[in-house]
Design a protein around this ligand. Structure first.
Ligand code: ZN
Length: 351
């Protein structure tokens, strides 16, 4: 059993997240190595040193500096006695964790994406990264380190005011939410969890618990729409550029799609390119088919010269919304004077 809960509670309760190394060690016990390499000096020197005794628990000794440059930590108390001990100056350095580094460690353990948006959050709330299951589905993950439930709750509302839609709200230890907050959590599809429930220590590093895996899967089910018989969009992996997309025509009505390793066989209807009234392929689909036959180039003289420009515009918009890729899927090639697809487009092949 590791002291991870002690470490997490320390993060919530240690004022200013600052203390000497020896105090960090005393407060976090066996979990100290999980944090030790993240501790950085604040530039301050402490005038008191922590000490633990069976009688007094955690208490502090005052540092007395002597003329010869040495120093001693002395316990000043009329009723109890505790021996003084020598202190080196480096032991008095006040240390605070590199929170960006700690957040990256949480992302790694919980399978989150470490990319942040640089949100300007109130003190004690950290942007951990994001949950980014598919392109254009990106949910901010924050961590609120607050000593009381009331403050944790204020943090939840502060983040909800800054962000639209669902997000992941982490605290270090469990907190009791009021009805008002429970309502917000339900209404906004917030995943609110304590790190204590999500993290465990495995081989001296942080890893995720089974309950986290279940929680994030349930969150995904709630916030990412599923594809139905008529697909509204392709499950494009995050940050996929057009260059990683291949579309191959299988026949006049079907394509085989590969977007960064995710593959699907789709009909024109599933790609949202059916003419609604007749459920026949739309003009954009036919235009798309011709572009494939023309090796991915749009020659404005092909097909219907008068309509080509608007079809290119509509096809571009159809493809962007289907794949959730923001860039234009076509690029203008000055050497040929044609628009060219930026993905691999393969016409029907004779096998
Ligand atoms: Zn003592």
């Amino acid at each position: 059993m590791s002291d991870l809960p002690r470490l997490l509670r320390t993060l919530e309760t240690l004022p200013g997240l600052s203390a000497t190394k020896s105090e960090w060690r005393l407060r976090t016990g066996d979990a100290y190595p999980l944090m030790a390499d993240l501790l950085k000096p604040t530039g301050h020197i402490d005038d008191r040193m922590p000490c633990i005794s069976p009688l007094l628990g955690l208490h502090y000794h005052s540092v007395h500096e002597y003329d010869d440059g040495t120093a001693e930590a002395v316990f000043l108390d009329d009723t109890h006695d505790c021996s003084s001990f020598p202190v080196e100056r480096h032991e008095r350095a006040v240390m605070t964790p590199d929170m960006a580094g700690f957040c990256r460690r949480i992302c790694l353990a919980l399978g989150l994406d470490p990319e942040t948006e640089g949100l300007s959050l109130p003190r004690g709330i950290y942007e951990v990264g994001c949950y980014y299951p598919l392109e254009s589905f990106r949910f901010t993950v924050v961590l609120a380190l607050k000593p009381t439930a009331v403050e944790a709750e204020e943090s939840l509302h502060a983040v909800a005011a800054l962000r639209d839609g669902p997000f992941v709200f982490l605290t270090a230890t469990p907190t009791r939410f009021s009805d008002r907050s429970a309502h917000l959590i339900t209404a906004r599809n917030v995943l609110a969890r304590a790190l204590i429930q999500c993290l465990l220590v495995s081989e001296n590093t942080l890893a995720s618990t089974k309950s986290w895996s279940a929680d994030i899967a349930a969150f995904r089910d709630k916030v990412v729409p599923k594809s139905g018989p008529v697909m509204a969009f392709f499950p494009t992996p995050p940050r996929t550029p057009w260059a990683d997309v291949t579309i191959r025509f299988v026949d006049g009505y079907t394509v085989f799609v590969n977007a960064a390793g995710v593959t699907q066989r789709l009909s024109y209807t599933e790609m949202g390119m059916a003419n609604r009234r007749e459920s026949k392929p739309s003009k954009q689909w036919e235009f798309f088919y011709e572009i494939a036959e023309n090796h991915g180039a749009i020659d404005f003289d092909m097909g219907n010269a008068r309509k080509n420009k608007s079809w290119k515009y509509e096809l571009s918009s159809d493809l962007r919304s289907f794949f959730h890729i923001k860039d234009d899927p076509f690029i203008y090639d000055e050497s040929t004077g044609c628009w060219q697809v930026r993905f691999r487009l393969i016409p029907i092949q004779d096998l």
